[in-house]
Design a binder for this molecule. Structure first.
Ligand SMILES: C[S@@+](CC[C@H](N)C(=O)[O-])C[C@H]1O[C@@H](n2cnc3c(N)ncnc32)[C@H](O)[C@@H]1O
Length: 211
């Protein structure tokens, strides 16, 4: 998997296709982690959540683990260096990342839906080992709302099929389908506290606590 190729145009692409709605998913439950001080961001891409956290969690120490060097450079180039000094940027795959301390919050945005189920399971188990017992996990992903009507379900599946095709061709993502992140989260030591669905798009935001 390699997002270097799309890193420079990623935000423009996102805005052309989805407007500001992915950002809605990233931030709609951000108030729930406002008191968190040691935050891990995995696969943070262009840093749109990181930029918000710099405003909301001013005292937090944030670690970003991102496998694309270009994505990380884009973040560093877009934020004033004064705002970056407390934070750690790690250009590694999450699979290879080791931490000497634990985190009290972890955030993943449109990350787990890039992987096949086996990788998600091992990744979530690893993530759970890296957090404090009272830690929380904020996630956003593409997902099909079981409560939407027939036409919307058809449309949402078509959007998701298009996205997987696009990212497979351009970034060689591993996954071809969305997995049930709720069940996988529950199986890996997390309990869902709240889920918010976008009213018209196949996007959701989940807030989990550690069990
Ligand atoms: C679909 S993009 C999502 C980016 C961003 N979180 C967002 O909300 O737009 C997935 C991101 O995960 C990164 N990534 C892919 N595999 C990774 C891995 N194994 N470890 C860390 N980052 C990874 C990619 O480089 C890319 O930036």
């Amino acid at each position: 998997m390699n997002f270097d190729r799309v890193a420079k145009i990623y935000t423009i692409l996102e805005k052309v296709v989805f407007g500001n709605q992915l950002q809605w998913a990233r931030t709609c439950q951000l108030d729930k982690i406002r008191d968190r001080e040691r935050i891990l961001l995995i696969g943070e891409g262009r840093g749109r959540l990181f930029t918000e956290l710099l405003k909301t969690n001013t005292g937090a120490i944030i670690t970003l683990v991102e496998s694309s060097e270009t994505m990380l450079s884009e973040i560093k180039n877009s934020i004033s260096s004064n705002n970056l000094s407390n934070h750690t940027f790690i250009n590694l795959s999450f699979e290879d990342f080791k931490s000497f301390h634990k985190f009290d919050a972890v955030c993943t945005c449109f990350f787990w839906d890039c992987f096949e189920i086996k990788k998600i399971k091992s990744g979530l188990r690893k993530m759970h080992k890296m957090i404090e017992s009272d830690a929380v996990w904020l996630n956003s992903d593409f997902a099909i709302n079981p409560q939407t009507s027939g036409f919307y379900t058809f449309l949402h599946k078509a959007i998701i099929r298009f996205l997987y095709h696009f990212f497979k061709v351009n970034c060689e993502i591993e996954a071809s389908n969305i997995q049930d992140i709720l069940q996988l989260g529950e199986d890996s030591g997390f309990r869902l506290q709240s889920r918010r669905w976008h009213p018209t798009l196949p996007i959701s935001s989940e807030f989990f606590v550690s069990k």
